[in-house]
Design a protein around this ligand. Structure first.
Ligand SMILES: C[S@@+](CC[C@H](N)C(=O)[O-])C[C@H]1O[C@@H](n2cnc3c(N)ncnc32)[C@H](O)[C@@H]1O
Length: 400
C-alpha cells in the first residue's frame, strides 16, 4: 500500500526528467516532420521456437518508420524497449542523430521519399512471395534430408567458401524459405536469415524448430540492414533477389557495411539479357534451330521489366508471377560491387542448358541465354585478407 504510490511517484518523476532531457537534447522535438528511427522487426532471435512470435506484416508509418520491432514473447511496447536497449538500437536514439542537423534532415527527406516509392514495390513483392510460399512453389521448398546430410556440397559447389564454415557468422540475405538457413546451419555456421516475406520466414522458423537449429530470423528489406552492427558477418550469401529492388547500389552498400573486411559476399542474380528476352521461342528461319528468343525490353531502363503473360513452365521458372522486377545492367552489378568496396574474385554462369531439351522448356531457353550469374566478391578493408588475388585492390574479374 505504501510502496505503490511511491513507485508511481518515482515513475512520474522519471518520466518528467526523461521528457525534459529529450526536449533539450533532441532537435526533433519541435519539428513535426522529423523522422524517427527505422527499426527492424526482430522476429525470432532466440532458440526456443515455442516462444516465437506471430508473424505480422511490417507497416508503413508516418515519418518513414516502416517496421516495428517485435521480440519473442513480447508486446510491441516492450519490444521497443528491448530494441532500444539492445545491440539493435544501442544508444536508444535515432541513428540519424549522429549526423549534423542539416545533413540529417536532407538524408531523412531522401530516405522518406525513397521509402514511399519503395513501399508499393515491397508490398507487392511480399505479397507475391507470401502467395508462392502458400502455394508451395519450388523456390519455397526447404532443404531436403539428403541435402542436409552433406550441406557444403549443396551450398558451395564452386568451392568459394573453403573447406569449412563452422562457426562463421553467415547472413543469408533475402533467402527465406527454409533452405539456406537450414543448409548453412547444418554446415555449422551461426546463421541469420533476412527476408521480406513473413511466409517465407515462417518456413525458416518451422525448419529450425523441427531440426533444432538456432537461427536468427529477421523480417526486413535487403535495402535496410541497419539492425546489424558494422562488420557483424564473415559471409553474406544472397540467392537471386536483387531483381526485386530498383537500386542495387543500396543493397551493396548495406552488405558492405555489415560484412567484415576480408569477408565473402556470394550473390546470384538474374542475367540482364534473360530479363530482356522473350520467355517463349518464336519461329525464326534465320536461326539454325528454327526458333529464337527475341529481345523484348530495352537494356537501359529504370522502370520494372514488364511481367510476362506466358503460362509456360519456363516462364514460371524465369519470372515470379505477381512480383515487380528490375533489370540491373552489368555495369551496375559488377561495377557497383567494385564501387561499394568489394573485389570480385570469381564469376560463374550456372549451366542450365540441356542439349536435347524440348523447345520452349527452361533448359532449351538456357541454351540461348544463361538465366543467372553468380558472383564471388570479397570485402576490401580491415583485416586486409584479400584472398587469392594477392591482396590487390584492383578488381579481378576471373571468368570460369
Ligand atoms: C528466389 S527467393 C530466394 C530464396 C529461395 N528459398 C531459394 O531457394 O532460392 C527470393 C527471396 O527474396 C525475397 N525478397 C524479395 N524482395 C525482397 C526485399 N526487398 N528484401 C528482402 N527480401 C526480399 C523474397 O521474399 C524471397 O524469399
Amino acid at each position: 500500500m505504501i510502496r505503490l504510490p511511491f513507485r508511481l511517484q518515482s515513475g512520474a518523476i522519471w518520466q518528467c526528467l526523461s521528457i525534459a532531457v529529450r526536449f533539450r537534447s533532441s532537435p526533433h522535438v519541435n519539428d513535426r516532420e522529423a523522422p524517427r528511427v527505422v527499426t527492424p522487426r526482430v522476429l525470432c532471435p532466440i532458440s526456443d521456437p515455442m516462444h516465437w512470435p506471430q508473424v505480422k506484416f511490417p507497416r508503413s508509418g508516418k515519418n518513414g518508420n516502416r517496421i516495428m520491432p517485435i521480440e519473442a514473447n513480447s508486446t510491441t511496447k516492450s519490444a521497443l524497449t528491448y530494441t532500444r536497449n539492445s545491440r539493435f538500437g544501442r544508444t536508444g536514439q535515432p541513428k540519424t542523430e549522429r549526423y549534423g542537423r542539416q545533413k540529417k534532415f536532407a538524408v531523412n527527406r531522401k530516405k522518406q521519399s525513397v521509402n514511399r516509392k519503395n513501399d508499393e514495390i515491397l508490398r507487392t513483392n511480399r505479397r507475391a512471395y507470401d502467395a508462392m510460399a502458400d502455394a508451395k512453389n519450388p523456390l519455397c521448398q526447404p532443404a531436403t534430408q539428403s541435402e542436409l546430410s552433406d550441406p557444403m556440397a549443396t551450398i558451395d559447389s564452386t568451392g568459394w567458401l573453403g573447406e569449412s564454415i563452422v562457426g562463421a557468422r553467415v547472413l543469408c540475405l533475402a533467402a527465406g524459405g527454409g533452405r539456406h538457413s537450414a543448409l548453412y546451419s547444418a554446415a555449422g555456421a551461426d546463421v541469420t536469415v533476412v527476408d521480406l516475406s513473413p511466409a517465407m520466414l515462417e518456413l525458416d522458423r518451422q525448419v529450425a524448430a523441427e531440426r533444432r537449429f538456432k537461427v536468427r530470423i529477421i523480417e526486413t528489406s535487403m535495402e535496410d540492414l541497419s539492425m546489424f552492427r558494422p562488420a557483424e558477418f564473415d559471409i553474406v550469401v544472397q540467392p537471386v533477389s536483387t531483381c526485386y529492388v530498383p537500386d542495387i547500389r543500396v543493397v551493396y552498400e548495406q552488405v558492405a557495411r555489415v560484412l567484415r573486411g576480408g569477408g565473402v559476399y556470394t550473390s546470384q542474380h538474374k542475367s540482364p539479357v534473360s530479363l530482356q528476352a522473350s520467355l517463349d521461342p518464336a519461329p525464326d528461319n534465320r536461326s539454325p534451330s528454327g526458333v529464337s528468343y527475341g529481345l523484348l525490353h530495352p537494356y537501359y531502363r529504370d522502370s520494372p521489366v514488364p511481367a510476362s503473360p506466358s503460362p509456360s513452365t519456363a516462364a514460371g521458372r524465369l519470372r515470379e508471377s505477381g512480383a515487380i522486377e528490375f533489370l540491373h545492367r552489368w555495369e551496375q552489378m559488377i561495377g557497383g560491387l567494385c564501387r561499394s568496396g568489394f573485389a570480385i574474385e570469381d564469376l560463374v554462369e550456372p549451366v542450365h542448358a540441356k542439349r536435347d531439351s524440348e523447345t520452349g522448356s527452361f533448359a532449351h531457353r538456357a541454351q540461348f541465354i544463361a538465366p543467372y550469374v553468380r558472383i564471388k566478391a570479397r570485402r576490401l578493408g580491415d583485416p586486409p585478407s584479400l584472398g587469392e588475388n594477392g591482396g590487390s585492390t584492383k578488381t579481378a574479374i576471373l571468368m570460369p
